[in-house]
Design a protein around this ligand. Sequence first.
Ligand SMILES: *[C@@H]1O[C@H](CO)[C@@H](O)[C@H](O)[C@H]1NC(C)=O
Ligand SMILES: *[C@@H]1O[C@H](CO)[C@@H](O)[C@H](O)[C@H]1NC(C)=O
Ligand SMILES: *[C@@H]1O[C@H](CO)[C@@H](O)[C@H](O)[C@H]1NC(C)=O
Ligand SMILES: *[C@@H]1O[C@H](CO)[C@@H](O)[C@H](O)[C@H]1NC(C)=O
Ligand SMILES: *[C@@H]1O[C@H](CO)[C@@H](O)[C@H](O)[C@H]1NC(C)=O
Ligand SMILES: *[C@@H]1O[C@H](CO)[C@@H](O)[C@H](O)[C@H]1NC(C)=O
Length: 404
Amino acid sequence: MFLCFNHSVLACLAWLSLATATNLYATHYSGTVSTLSLDRDNNGSYLLSLASSLETCGSMPSWLTFDSTSRILYCSDETGDASIDGSVTSLAAGQDGTLTDITTATAPGGGVDSVIYNGDDGARYLAIAHYTGSAVSTFRLPLDSNSETLQVFHYNLSQPGQEPQQDAPHPHQVFLDPSGSFILAPDLGADLVRVYAINNTTGELDSHCSDLTFPAGSGPRHGLFWENSHPILTSQLKTRKQDDVFLYTVNELDGHLKAFTVSYTPDGCLSFKEIQSFVPYPEGQLPEGATLSEIRQAGDYLYVSIRTDHGFPPNDSIATLDRSSNGTVAFRDLTSSYGTVPRTLVINKAGDLVAVGDQASSNVAIVARDPASGELGEEVASLKIGDPGQVGTAQGLSSVVWDE
Ligand SMILES: *[C@@H]1O[C@H](CO)[C@@H](O)[C@H](O)[C@H]1NC(C)=O
Ligand SMILES: *[C@@H]1O[C@H](CO)[C@@H](O)[C@H](O)[C@H]1NC(C)=O
Ligand SMILES: *[C@@H]1O[C@H](CO)[C@@H](O)[C@H](O)[C@H]1NC(C)=O
Ligand SMILES: *[C@@H]1O[C@H](CO)[C@@H](O)[C@H](O)[C@H]1NC(C)=O
Ligand SMILES: *[C@@H]1O[C@H](CO)[C@@H](O)[C@H](O)[C@H]1NC(C)=O
Ligand SMILES: *[C@@H]1O[C@H](CO)[C@@H](O)[C@H](O)[C@H]1NC(C)=O
């Protein structure tokens, strides 16, 4: 009410009528991190607007990881390669979404994704996947001006892979298993998903576990774990059973989605059994030049963003898949990505909205989702940020995350 004190009754009502407001953060390859405000009025209409924009995160901001506990954003800079360093920047996010730079640390080049993980006694760490840098690195958190890498795994290929993009190893993502004890890194160049066991005393990654190998030319890009929940049996389950945990991956180069059952083995590693491999597209075939990009899960559904299929011209597509209890998934339908080259896709916690980061058209599209049926609906808001990018280049809108 105090906020209304100095304003006219109408302005005050207008302010109160902005019934809900949520922030999102987005990176643009031109060198900005922006705060977007998603407001919903009493009529139920959404408005997405640019609240502020910071020039930060090196010359190629590519990915954001939001730590909601500390309200710190970690931004990976894709600048650099195997011999030229890039950076990682931490930013403080105020409750109102205002961003302030905390620090920038030198990191291997080509940072494209990161994940926060825990060690003993409240220690926290960040792992980063470096695409052009052919590396996976880790940092102890919080980052400060003296931060150096805790570890760097540099990879080489003994010979180039089958596809032109496989000139070198290209770790594309890092993500945690449901127990928080392992980090996986799909490597598009090496046709592997690299597996690291977390040493919770030191925060170091131990690479002695076997990697998950893919056929030549697959180009695994992103993945996620999915743990079956057993509402009745949870208290009785002391250990994870083989059929409780599944891994899903999307391949950028051969267009396949793969499903695996995951076992926790007595030697402190993971083993995987492939249960499915198919192209999640009508007729089981992607149009020439189309590639799978992001994979996300909510409820009993998976979502895969598809770049450059022009499924809803000029826009591209999102594939929705239904999952059955045995872990296999079935292609359901395609809906519009409401922009071109949907590089990223994030679902809010309520499961009723999806933010699509369309890279080439450089817009964030907010799409309605029915949490019960999983169906994606109409675009409810969209905002163009910065300059559009050329398809196939590192230009345009690189990523988007919800502040929640
Ligand atoms: C809500 O809808 C009414 C009737 O269509 C319209 O007059 C009013 O301007 C709308 N309010 C807002 C905040 O959009
Ligand atoms: C990878 O290759 C680079 C240059 O070709 C070399 O400097 C580096 O030592 C190699 N690294 C490994 C782990 O073999
Ligand atoms: C964790 O690292 C420490 C120090 O290197 C080592 O002594 C310990 O054995 C490691 N723990 C595991 C489970 O490997
Ligand atoms: C630390 O890791 C070991 C396995 O390496 C595990 O047995 C132990 O439960 C972990 N500790 C915590 C606190 O997670
Ligand atoms: C998994 O369930 C689906 C749908 O019920 C079924 O079509 C498929 O055959 C099952 N697969 C296995 C390996 O049991
Ligand atoms: C494509 O996306 C844009 C941006 O959101 C939207 O304005 C337009 O209506 C969409 N076109 C089609 C055919 O879906």
